[in-house]
Each structure stands twice: as structure tokens, then as C-alpha cells.
Design a binder for this molecule. Structure first.
Ligand SMILES: [Ca+2]
Length: 243
């Protein structure tokens, strides 16, 4: 009697179809009964669970979320997240834009150059007193923004300042600035441009801001006032993150 009941239950839960195996009936379970590596697929109230019967490694809720419980996600292809990626309930930063400036486009001045093996927007004999700006449109929904970049001080700066401005609710705000004096590098190394040593060739920029607009305008500039072949600057590794 018991065997007949089990066979009936299995027949109800698993029926073959032209394209594979169909699980049907109430809360069906498909069990891979391997002694050292048990595995089962459960469908419970439209939630699909994959695991070993005690712990689920993947749960899928129809129209809702996929939960992955794994120590490591690896593969030969990219792992891609289309929407918010959360860890322990905390939304993670998503990189939505990255520029290496090998072919700058959309900036108010798209000049680029290479110094010390680094390709940058602007650079020696390119940028001095003028600002360079770019507006990014159609950003995905977000409440915070993070801008990362590397600023390069080149040649004869004498205490002038570099800055990054961002359009926040219709008003440009200074969100980063830093100054540099070439005199502090009198025994320094000349690594870019003219004969003046670079005492602070690279300076990292990282700013986090409350921001929810679908567009973002950024402006890099300086208080330099001389020829760009005497004192200049560039920007590399520009990235925008949201969450
Ligand atoms: Ca130099």
C-alpha cells in the first residue's frame, strides 16, 4: 500500500513533457538522491528553492527576488546585476560610468595626452586656466552618488588650487579641492611635461553626495593663470557610482 502511494505521489509530482520534466501537484519536490551530495528542487507557494533539503543555495520568488546563499560566485562569464545589489540589507555602490580617456567624448574639451604611462583628459600643454565640463544624462534611479577620479598636477604650480564642482539642485558646488606648490618638490622627480619636478603628480578624488537627479554635471578646473606648457593638469580614471 505504501509503495503504491509513493508511486502515485511521484507520478503526480513528476511527469515527462516534450521539452523536459514538469513538476506539478501541490508543493512538488524533485530529489537528486546522491548519498554524499543530496540536492533537491522545491516549489512552495510559487517560491522555487534549490538546496539540499536543509539549506537553500538559491531561492526564487516569482516576480520578486532571487536570494543566493553561497560563499563564492564564480564562473567563466561575467556576473551581472541589473538593479540594486544588496549585501546584508545594505545597498552596494554600482559603477555606472567609467572613462579611461583613450578617446574622450562629450567633454567641453576632449583633448587628451599621455604622461608616465597614464592616459589622461588634458595634460601637458593642454589644460591650464580653463575649466572642462561634462553632463551625464539618464542615470538610473538612485539616492547617492560617488565620483572617483585621479587629478594630475604637472610642472610649475605655485600654490594654485585644483577643484571639482558638481551641479547640485541647480547650483554648482565645490565638492573637492587641493593645492600644490612645485617648490616643495625641489629635489623631486620630473615625470611629466616640462623640466619642473612633479611633487604631487597624482591625487585621488573620491566624493560621496546625496543626489537623486537623473542628470549629473561635473566641472574640473584650477586657479592656474599661465601657459599650459608651463603649468598644467589632467584627469584620469574617472568613475561614477550610484546607490
Ligand atoms: Ca615636469
Amino acid at each position: 500500500m505504501l509503495i503504491a502511494f509513493l508511486l502515485c505521489a511521484i507520478k503526480q509530482a513528476v511527469s515527462s513533457s516534450s521539452s523536459g520534466i514538469t513538476l506539478s501537484g501541490t508543493e512538488p519536490t524533485f530529489i537528486f538522491n546522491q548519498d554524499d551530495h543530496p540536492f533537491q528542487i522545491d516549489l512552495i507557494n510559487a517560491k522555487l528553492q534549490l538546496g539540499n533539503g536543509e539549506q537553500n543555495c538559491i531561492e526564487y520568488e516569482e516576480g520578486e527576488n532571487i536570494y543566493i546563499n553561497a560563499n563564492e560566485i564564480a564562473g567563466d562569464t561575467a556576473f551581472e546585476v541589473e538593479n540594486t545589489f544588496s549585501l546584508n540589507g545594505v545597498n552596494q555602490w554600482r559603477l555606472i560610468h567609467s572613462e579611461d580617456f583613450t578617446s574622450p567624448t562629450g567633454w567641453s574639451n576632449n583633448a587628451n595626452s599621455e604622461c608616465a604611462g597614464i592616459v589622461m583628459l588634458g595634460g601637458y600643454c593642454q589644460f591650464s586656466s580653463s575649466e572642462v565640463a561634462k553632463t551625464f544624462l539618464d542615470l538610473p534611479s538612485h539616492s547617492s552618488i560617488k565620483i572617483k577620479a585621479t587629478f594630475h598636477f604637472i610642472d610649475a604650480w605655485i600654490g594654485e588650487a585644483a577643484y571639482l564642482k558638481v551641479d547640485l539642485e541647480g547650483k554648482y558646488e565645490y565638492v573637492w579641492n587641493e593645492s600644490y606648490k612645485a617648490g616643495q618638490a625641489s629635489s623631486g622627480i620630473n615625470i611629466c611635461g616640462a623640466h619642473h619636478a612633479e611633487g604631487k603628480f597624482s591625487s585621488d578624488i573620491e566624493v560621496n553626495l546625496p543626489h537623486s537627479d537623473s542628470s549629473l554635471s561635473v566641472v574640473f578646473g584650477t586657479t592656474l593663470d599661465q601657459d599650459p606648457c608651463d603649468e598644467s593638469w589632467g584627469v584620469s580614471s574617472f568613475e561614477i557610482f550610484i546607490r
